[in-house]
Ligand binder design. Structure first.
Ligand code: COA
Length: 194
């Protein structure tokens, strides 16, 4: 069977079917129980507006994962605002997902590495993120990538009238890579400024 082409990169503008693919992947992931703010797809126009907006915000950098050229996953690196001098070392990772049919190719691990490398290059000393306690794959990925859980919020998300816990993680970007750490399993191509 032909091996599928994988890549992760920073996206600074949408080309050809990028925006459509990104919205499609987001919708599929939301329906699957995405794990961040959306509980049901907000509609194509709202998603397009959201992703176009991400590219306009100076503190947000959009990274995407591709399978045979199609965008199938994302992660946003959120930089501290300029006024936040005391917190300038601490970047955030958000909207991190791979659409269900594209999982298991190592794309999320590759995306995470790419986001971390970009954060390091821009002076970050730490990455912070939060995740629902029910997101087993994401928790496994974070904990095997050097993220340390420092807090639990009992009422993190309200889903079908039930509260779900949230876990808070940070990774020290100045620490050495953990022994036996995973190597990047995907071909990495960075487009636009890193
Ligand atoms: C988390 C997610 C991004 C992983 O995507 P992916 O492309 O399949 O990930 P990878 O192929 O890079 O695999 C990453 C690791 O997850 C593991 N994994 C996959 N499914 C798993 C599961 N259900 N439980 C535990 N670990 C799992 C893989 O085995 C792999 O670990 P390994 O390298 O030690 O074998 C994807 O499952 C997803 O989008 N989940 C929903 C959204 C989400 O939870 N986002 C996080 C919000 S903060």
């Amino acid at each position: 069977m032909k091996k599928m082409r994988t890549a992760v990169e920073r996206l600074t503008e949408f080309q050809s079917s990028d925006l459509e693919d990104l919205c499609q992947a987001t919708e599929e992931a939301i329906i699957d129980g995405l794990g961040f703010e959306w509980l049901k797809p907000p509609g194509r126009r709202a998603l397009e507006t959201y992703w176009r907006g991400v590219l306009l915000v100076p503190e947000r950098q959009l990274f995407v994962a591709r399978l045979d050229g199609t965008i199938v996953g994302t992660g946003q690196l959120v930089l501290p605002t300029r006024s936040n001098q005391a917190g300038a070392f601490d970047f955030r990772l958000t909207t991190f997902f791979v659409t269900p049919w594209a999982r298991g190719h190592g794309l999320a691990r590759g995306l995470l590495r790419e986001v971390e490398d970009a954060a390091r290059r821009q002076g970050a000393k730490q990455i912070s993120l939060e995740v629902r306690a029910t997101q087993d794959a994401a928790i496994h990925l974070y904990e095997t990538s050097g993220y340390v859980r420092w807090g639990i919020k009992p009422r993190f998300a309200l889903i079908r009238r039930k509260y779900i816990e949230g876990y808070y993680y940070t990774k020290d970007l100045t620490a050495e890579a953990p022994e036996g750490g995973k190597t990047l399993p995907v071909a990495v191509a960075t487009r636009g400024p890193g």
